[in-house]
Design a protein around this ligand. Structure first.
Ligand SMILES: Nc1ncnc2c1ncn2[C@@H]1O[C@H](COP(=O)(O)OP(=O)(O)O)[C@@H](O)[C@H]1O
Ligand SMILES: [Mg+2]
Length: 385
């Protein structure tokens, strides 16, 4: 089994750096909260990877989760050897593979668009690699084994060409083609995004079953957090070419390292409101929340970011948080009512019991337990201890 280690891997595309004309020479310094609203917060143009360090344990499935353009595909392509990094090294176990060709790395890669040869039957798509490597004699056995692994009904697909297959079937063939080569590392790049919701859930269970069976080291890239949770033993959250945090979903959800991770995970994600620390409370605009649990209270008046998950806000007639209701959304399957609106002028959402029955266009009062609040540095976005 293969352990994958990236050390300081960077990649920038196109003209960038000092040659770039400075359009706005002196930009006023902005806060983390303000930057969070800008598109470049998620992906500055051309900067694909910015000093990425990552360790994927042998046999583990690491989900890589991040917004579009944050560098996920480039990360996979660097690991596969399809894109040379500008800086940094890639190791498989103790071997530095940075300068090895893709063929020398024993990688199986499944893309969003499958990249099957459209004029070849599935059988030939699976066999092609062995044919061009003069390993013809292995083909019948490889196809038979992989067909068994893929399970019921797969043999019916073998004599059809991609245009005669459904999206889901094409995906199965693409995965089978990968498995047939017995890769030491599996890379998936948003492999389910062309499938409808129901098939997506079914196919991801199938992929998981296959990965279990092989104990193969795997990176699974997606922008969909439910997919990342379902597939990943651990999740690496990416933003703007960097890995923000690595951990199990529970770790990331409960103890986000940055306000970005907090505001990215969860549906809906954590509320993040600019605030000010006081000795034993937090000020959000005109609202004062008692916050006695601050382990290391920042100096009074220090700007911070206050984070609270929608499900940690409770209706309380004497509660310090006022939510100006704009939209109410019932979610019967979760027995929940999502109440969207504003708190101290900032976007806010609360997940209340379905029975709460909130009328539209009014102000409701909410409270939260101090232990459920997460505070972040207003400049760096890092969680305060
Ligand atoms: N071949 C390329 N040429 C130029 N820019 C690229 C190329 N590939 C990716 N980029 C840029 O690198 C950044 C990261 O892209 P990508 O890795 O595809 O992100 P993701 O897969 O997370 O959506 C984006 O700004 C993208 O425009
Ligand atoms: Mg991509």
């Amino acid at each position: 089994m293969t352990l994958i280690r990236l050390e300081g891997v960077s990649k920038r595309f196109g003209a960038a750096g000092p040659e770039m004309p400075a359009e706005t020479p002196e930009r006023p310094p902005t806060t983390y909260y303000d930057r969070m609203q800008e598109p470049e917060f998620l992906a500055p143009p051309g900067l694909a990877l910015d000093g990425v360090n990552l360790l994927v344990r042998a046999g583990e499935t690491m989900a890589v989760l991040g917004p579009s353009g944050c560098g996920k595909t480039t990360l996979l392509r660097v690991i596969a050897g399809l894109v040379p990094p500008d800086a940094g090294r890639v190791y498989f176990n103790d071997q530095d593979v940075t300068d090895l060709s893709p063929a020398e790395r024993r990688i199986g890669m499944v893309f969003q668009n499958y990249a099957l040869y459209p004029h070849m039957e599935s059988r030939e798509n699976i066999a092609f690699f062995f044919r061009i490597h003069h390993r013809e004699e292995e083909i019948p056995e490889r196809v038979r084994t992989v067909s068994q692994i893929m399970g019921v009904g797969f043999d019916l697909l073998l004599d059809r060409k991609p245009p005669q297959l459904s999206e889901g079937e094409r995906q199965r063939v693409a995965i089978a083609r990968c498995i047939a080569r017995e890769p030491s590392v599996f890379l998936f790049d948003e492999p389910l995004s062309n499938l409808d919701a129901k098939l997506r859930v079914k196919t991801r269970a199938e992929i998981k079953r296959l990965l279990r069976r092989f104990h193969c080291t795997c990176l699974y890239v997606t922008h969909d957090q439910s997919e990342a949770v379902a597939m990943g033993d651990r999740i690496a959250v990416m933003r703007a070419g960097r890995i923000e945090q690595v951990g199990t979903f529970g770790e990331l959800y409960d103890w986000p390292a940055t306000a970005f991770v907090a505001g990215f995970l969860g549906s809906p994600p954590m509320n993040i409101w600019p605030a000010q620390a006081d000795v034993d409370s937090v000020l959000i605009g005109p609202l004062r929340l008692p916050m006695p649990l601050l382990r290391r209270p920042p100096r009074a008046g220090t700007p911070i970011l206050f984070g609270i998950r929608p499900e940690h806000l409770h209706p309380d007639d004497a509660g310090p948080i006022q939510l100006e209701v704009e939209v109410v959304e019932p979610h019967p399957s979760e027995h929940a009512l999502l109440v969207h609106g504003r708190t101290a002028g900032y976007p806010a959402v609360a997940k209340l019991p379905l029975s709460a029955g909130v009328p539209r266009r009014q102000i409701i009062r909410l409270a939260c337990a101090p232990a459920d609040a997460r505070l972040f540095d207003a400049c760096t976005g890092e969680r305060l201890p």
